[in-house]
Design a protein. Structure first.
Length: 268
């Protein structure tokens, strides 16, 4: 995939640490990626199952983090193949929630890696479920240790999720990692939200840090009602004979039709 020279590189992202807050959005569709690109969002997070050449085109100048599927990938070789595929398809870096050993191997191959600290959804059972991490001394020290592990493993950045803002700031001042903050305050280097939260169609629990900017759920419900109504009208037209009308049909010259019927009759 041809590289877009106006797009940020890992070096550019690292150079922004402590300079300004970046915007970051998790998206799942081409339409969401294109909208983020048009809006000037800095960083997109896209899971590997949604990553495609079409997504890369839609993402425009956005720096894209491709999420390697923890739990679906198992061995180091699995992660290496997935990481290289993500970059070959135009990804700028990879998110990886796997072990330090796997992150080290990916980093050694030159694959830029973003790790995860604080509330890690795939490992939430170890920190008590979906709740803040870092509110006690032991818990805050655990987050710092996670940061150190990522530094040693060669990661260049980390998502820091649902950690007290003051703890995040203290950590940010003591690490070279770029911190993508999800509900962890402005001490990090980017503010990270899911498109579904921004657009108001979150399924299930909406996290405290989410901010809703539009009510897409109501619009989706309206569109679904319109679908049902349209399909009902189509069924009624079929049953009444109102569809198809003359304008929906392909015509044929009478001469051709008569000749065809005669040929059928002669061969019957």
């Amino acid at each position: 995939m041809e590289f877009n020279r106006s797009r940020m590189t890992v070096a550019d992202v690292r150079a922004l640490k402590g300079v300004r807050q970046m915007s970051m959005v998790y998206v799942q569709t081409v339409e969401e990626a294109a909208a983020c690109a048009s809006a000037g969002i800095d960083v997109l997070s896209i899971e590997q199952q949604f990553w495609s050449p079409e997504m890369r085109i839609a993402a425009g100048d956005c720096f894209v983090q491709v999420g390697l599927n923890y739990g679906r990938l198992a061995t180091t070789d699995d992660y290496l193949r997935a990481g290289h595929d993500a970059l070959l398809n135009g990804g700028d870096c990879c998110y990886c929630a796997a072990s330090s050993e796997i992150i080290s191997r990916l980093s050694a191959e030159g694959i830029p890696i973003v790790g995860h600290v604080g509330l890690i959804p795939s490992r939430r059972t170890w920190t008590g479920g979906f709740k803040a991490v870092g509110k006690t001394l032991d818990s805050a020290q655990l987050v710092m240790q996670q940061i150190r592990n990522l530094e040693e493993s060669g990661a260049f950045a980390a998502e820091i999720e649902v950690v007290p803002a003051e703890i995040t700031r203290a950590i940010a001042e003591r690490t070279s990692l770029v911190l993508f903050s999800m509900g962890a305050g402005t001490g990090g280097d980017a503010q990270y939200l899911f498109a579904e939260d921004i657009l108001g169609y979150t399924q299930g629990h909406r996290p405290r840090h989410a901010k809703v900017y539009r009510d897409f759920l109501a619009e989706f419900e309206r569109l679904q009602l319109e679908r049902v109504t349209a399909f009902s009208e189509f069924r009624a037209d079929v049953e009444s004979g109102a569809y198809p009308e003359e304008q929906h049909l392909v015509g044929v010259d009478d001469e051709v039709l008569n000749a065809f019927i005669t040929s059928l009759d002669n061969n019957s």
